[in-house]
Design a protein around this ligand. Structure first.
Ligand code: SF4
Length: 335
């Protein structure tokens, strides 16, 4: 066997990736990660990997790994010429808006997002005229055009903090596009949807479908269970959990607590990563796959690095400039 392939197999084994491979699968994975990491250096590229990607991507080739906030912040600071975004389009657009001189790529033509597709710029303009004077607070899971029509962007990591700051100056705000996250934030802040916060009708196709009634069953079966759910889940489910937040907050909760077991109500990539990071802890599966996130594979990353031209992310400068102001407002308020 090629000695460099052998070394790569050992590196992946040390990361625990053999635990999720069928026999012979690790060698195949290692051949891909080896070539991707070689091409990545050659092209002075940095690979951003969202935690919903599979661990062969997050751990095998990712340079920056995290939630939307961590990746957006990391992209601002990278010295690389090229950003390959293993995530979905709105994340790559955000990276491009923050790094207009860099080349940004997404290794899949199918990396959309149901939340991002739930609202467009014309909808925001109509909302503004229906509620004149109200600030538009926009979840990062939206297109560049929607961000450009917004006053401030939030991620699940900082939405509550940013909204608190907004309510210091406003009695009422518009929050788009996730109706569940908006309702969950309203509950956390003691606000009433419709009266204090205007919501849009968007939802995440992954998180809206979790069944709240299963949580009681799991609690009976696993005494001492800690239930963590993403803020995109419906409020009736959030009412049953121990912790609601973004994936970065959920990972910190796992790290800093000693529950008998953890039930992670979110996309499956997060649980896979958590199991590899904390092999001594017990995890119970209650996850769903995001078809958009999972359209990125090691094979598609390799194809992109060999021929990046079809996958470049472009944002028109006039839109990027206005969207950047709303993103920078988030960094200011979340600091
Ligand atoms: S998990 Fe939901 S919010 Fe995240 S990319 Fe997939 S559809 Fe969009």
């Amino acid at each position: 066997m090629d000695p460099s392939l052998n070394t790569e197999i050992k590196r992946l084994m040390a990361l625990g990736l053999h635990l999720r491979c069928a026999e012979g699968g690790l060698a195949e994975t290692a051949a891909l990660t080896l070539e991707i990491n070689r091409l990545k250096k050659e092209r002075r590229a940095v690979i951003c990997a969202h935690v919903y990607q599979t661990p062969d991507i997050t751990l095998g080739i990712g340079d920056l790994v995290g939630d939307s906030y961590k990746l957006a912040d990391g992209c601002r600071k990278t010295g690389a010429d090229t950003i390959v975004f293993c995530g979905v389009n709105f994340m790559a657009e955000t990276a491009k808006i923050l790094n207009p001189s860099k080349k940004v790529y997404v290794p899949s033509a199918k990396a959309g997002c149901s939340l991002s597709e739930a609202i467009n710029a014309a909808d925001v303009i109509k909302l503004r005229s229906a509620y004149p004077g109200l600030p538009v607070i926009t979840y990062i899971n939206t297109s560049a055009e929607v961000k450009a029509e917004s006053d401030c962007i939030v991620t699940s990591a900082n939405a509550e903090k940013v909204l608190r700051r907004m309510y210091e100056k406003h009695d009422k705000v518009i929050f788009i596009p996730d109706r569940y996250m908006g309702a969950n934030l309203a509950a956390a802040l003691g606000k009433t949807p419709g009266r204090d916060i205007i919501l849009w009708n968007g939802a995440c196709v992954v998180h809206e479908k979790f069944d709240a009634s299963l949580i009681k069953i799991y609690r009976k079966k696993y005494p001492g269970l800690a239930v963590l759910a993403h803020a995109e889940c419906p409020p009736e489910l959030i009412a049953e959990v121990d912790f609601m937040g973004g994936t970065g907050d959920m990972m910190r909760y796992i790290e800093n607590t000693g529950a008998a077991a953890y039930l992670l109500v979110t996309e499956c990539g997060f649980g896979e990563l958590a199991k590899l990071r904390f092999p001594q802890k017990n995890f119970i599966a209650m996850c769903r796959l995001c078809p958009y996130m999972k359209s990125v594979t090691l094979g598609s990353v390799l194809a992109l690095l060999k021929d990046p031209s079809p996958a470049e992310v472009m944002v028109p400068p006039a839109i990027a400039g206005r969207a950047k102001k709303a993103i920078e407002k988030m960094f200011e308020l979340a600091a």
